[in-house]
Design a protein around this ligand. Sequence first.
Ligand SMILES: *[C@@H]1O[C@H](CO)[C@@H](O)[C@H](O)[C@H]1NC(C)=O
Ligand SMILES: *[C@@H]1O[C@H](CO)[C@@H](O)[C@H](O)[C@H]1NC(C)=O
Length: 368
Amino acid sequence: MAFKFITFSLLLITSMVTSQKTRIHKSRPIKTIRVWVMNGDIIDCVDIYKQPAFDHPALKNHIIQMKSNHLHQETDQKRTASKVPSQIWQQYGSCPNGTIPIRRTSNNRPTNTYPRKVIITPHHSFTVVLTEGFSYSGAKANIKVWKPYVESANDYSSSKVMLRNGPLQTFDNAEAGWAVNPKVYHDNNTRLFAYWTVDGMKKTGCFDLTCPGFVQTSREVVLGGDISDLYGSEITIQISKDPYTSNWFLKYNNKEVGYWPGEIFPILRHQANLVQWGGEVSSPKVGTHPHTATGMGSGKFSDFIFGSSGTIKGILIEENSHPLKRPENLFPSSDEWDCYDAYLQKEYVPEPVFFYGGPGSRNNPRCP
Ligand SMILES: *[C@@H]1O[C@H](CO)[C@@H](O)[C@H](O)[C@H]1NC(C)=O
Ligand SMILES: *[C@@H]1O[C@H](CO)[C@@H](O)[C@H](O)[C@H]1NC(C)=O
């Protein structure tokens, strides 16, 4: 079966490589799904072998890995936020076998250039809880979904799980969670996203499938899909490296979405040495006066009483492909405490819970 599949894939890839030049424009969707409410998204079901990833120079001969290899029995299944459907578009149709759903963007087809700077945002303000120093091969968490105010299309706000390795100026990073990002999504709704960079967010860095890199395998989950209806509830995000192939698999609510191939990361392909959970506000107006009014988390400061702020539970890591476990050390940190703050609750609770976020300068004299 596996052999058959590989032969089949090889045949397809051979034919794909020969038609390389025309393929991008030829990858006409096999089916199109229109979401008529809320966001008006258009979802294209695209042949899985014609997805944007294959335009990455390192992935010319890449064979799709349809499923990750599991070394361990998952022990954390009870937390599954089993909302079905978990993305709004799924109420309007589904993609056929052999295709993947891609959210249509205004420029429609991803461009063929790599590396490409999609977002020009010089400044990033992070409020996270982090663990570092070991060989991390995975991380997981349950993240509460909010819809923070985002001041302008120059800004975005995200809450996520991040794995990183490399020098401060040129690190590799793979991350996923939810984001409000008007520049990428052309609205202020909360959307599932995946992002990666190989140079510390300088020249490279892109969301979802908007540049070649991420290989999608799921025909059920769309990256960039609207999840605004999950407001106040949790999504589960897990990023784990396949121990045999070094592909970093992304799971959303315990379902595999796809992976970042090891080949695209100079450093991260081996391991991560830093894992962070929390929020980021990206804006030219962070670290400046006036400060941006873009919120982080829910837009409220950390609230461990009612949980009305950004909240992350079920914080787990994998070390050297051993089973998921609680990190031994967790350090809360914020780049701008007066604008966005953090509180790690770990006394008298069964597991650590991270509360984070804030309003930026919005009605907040502490952060002018
Ligand atoms: C899709 O493919 C899988 C595996 O080949 C098969 O088990 C399933 O029945 C197919 N589903 C449909 C709707 O064709
Ligand atoms: C998003 O919110 C900002 C700030 O309120 C607003 O200026 C902008 O028009 C909104 N964008 C869309 C697409 O609704």
